[in-house]
Design a protein around this ligand. Structure first.
Ligand code: ZN
Ligand code: ZN
Length: 383
């Protein structure tokens, strides 16, 4: 393999020719421009080898000498014969990185199409009242945002001018013992010109990870598990792409009294037996922290439901409110005094109706003629 052929240049090519040829080929075969293409990767390595050898005057003259000696008969068996690998060491990676950066500098901005930033997801814990009435909550989110220093390019802007490391020569000399080595300048990649350096604040990535506290509007009626979208507050886009969105999942604390079902709220309301029997006007708490008056009609049964229109939760879709559904629960009084007991016995005698008729059972003797205190075998299991 002839290194001049690899770069497509004549044997007498100048340093400028070599650099020009390298840049032209690197733009075509660089692995970053051809992701996943193994042939391009192999080709690029050959191009890089050829460039590094020919751009270094010392290595080039050694290579030329070897080439001339070999030329007459045996063609080279392996592509990399005639190279001097020993002079590389740590310089190689530095040079490689710089060349890589050079290609990215020239093509980086157009290399990838713009892509949208990723969406972010976060949970927020809300008190029942906050979710019911709506609130503004400060949510701290860690997101990637475009670096302001380099506006997302990942590179600092530099003035055109000669490379400061090599004074524009494109090569540097170093002395080891009695030997003087000349190698391609790693600062400028042998171009002799200043190049953009990676942006310092973002390390050349073009984005920074930052924590930001964002005021998030919790709409009234937000339900447990509901997601709130905050547009544009996901990760920043790449190469000018739009940012993603932030999704806040609401975790609403349960209320000790109210239970939500859709946009309706449910309340179990204890009612005294005299209120249920005779009817009453009672005050009931409402989910917004206020109160409403409920008319309990005479003869209300335990489990009976009443509906207060539009006293439930607001729909986060259209703002329409659900209902407050109140379920009556009859509470037996704690009968302790003799007078109340006598009144209840009296009540039982006057209202002799069989409440178990619907289930086909008759009046129980123990019920119609209640005993004073326990000890009777037939009361067992009823308490
Ligand atoms: Zn930056
Ligand atoms: Zn330089």
């Amino acid at each position: 393999m002839d290194l001049y052929v690899v770069l497509g240049i004549a044997h007498g090519a100048s340093e400028a020719d070599i650099k020009r040829a390298y840049r032209r080929l690197a733009r075509r075969f660089h692995p970053d421009i051809n992701p996943g293409d193994r042939m391009a990767a192999v080709r690029f390595r050959q191009i890089l080898e050829a460039y590094e050898t020919l751009i270094d005057p010392e290595r080039r003259s050694r290579y030329d000498a070897g080439l001339a000696a070999e030329q007459p008969d045996s063609p080279p068996t392996s592509g990399f014969e005639g190279f001097d690998f020993s002079v590389r060491g740590t310089d190689y990676s530095a040079t490689f990185g710089d060349l890589f950066a050079e290609v990215l500098t020239d093509r980086g901005a157009r290399r990838q199409p713009p892509s949208r930033g990723a969406d972010l997801h976060q949970e927020v814990r809300l008190a029942f009242e906050e979710a019911f009435s709506g609130a503004t909550r400060a949510v701290t989110v860690t997101r990637r945002e475009t670096c302001r220093n380099c506006a997302g390019s990942g590179r600092t802007r530099v003035n055109a001018g000669p490379c400061l490391a090599c004074q524009g020569a494109g090569a540097v000399r170093s002395v080891r013992g009695h030997m003087v080595f000349t190698r391609s300048c790693s600062t400028c990649g042998g171009t002799g010109q200043q190049r953009p350096r990676p942006c310092e604040p973002c390390g050349g990535i073009g984005q920074l990870t930052r924590s930001e506290t964002i005021p998030v509007q919790i709409p009234p009626g937000t339900n447990d598990g509901e997601r709130i979208r905050v547009p544009g507050k996901g990760n920043a886009g790449v190469n000018g792409g739009p940012p993603g969105d932030l999704y806040i999942t609401a975790r609403v604390a349960p209320h000790p009294l109210f239970r939500r079902e859709g946009d309706d709220m449910h309340l179990v309301l204890p009612i005294a037996i005299h209120e249920a029997a005779l009817g009453a006007r009672v005050e009931v708490p409402t989910p917004d922290g206020g109160a409403a008056r409920l008319r309990v009609p005479p003869g209300t049964q335990s489990g009976q439901r009443f509906r207060l229109r539009e006293r439930g939760a607001a729909s986060t879709r259209d703002g329409r409110r659900g209902d407050l559904i109140i379920e009556a629960r009859l509470m037996l009084p704690k009968v302790l005094d003799e007078r109340s007991k006598e009144l209840l016995r009296e009540f039982g005698r006057i209202n002799g109706e069989n409440v178990r008729e619907p289930v086909g059972a008759g009046q129980n003797a123990a019920t119609s003629a209640p005993r004073e205190r326990g000890g009777a075998p037939d009361t067992e299991g009823r308490r």
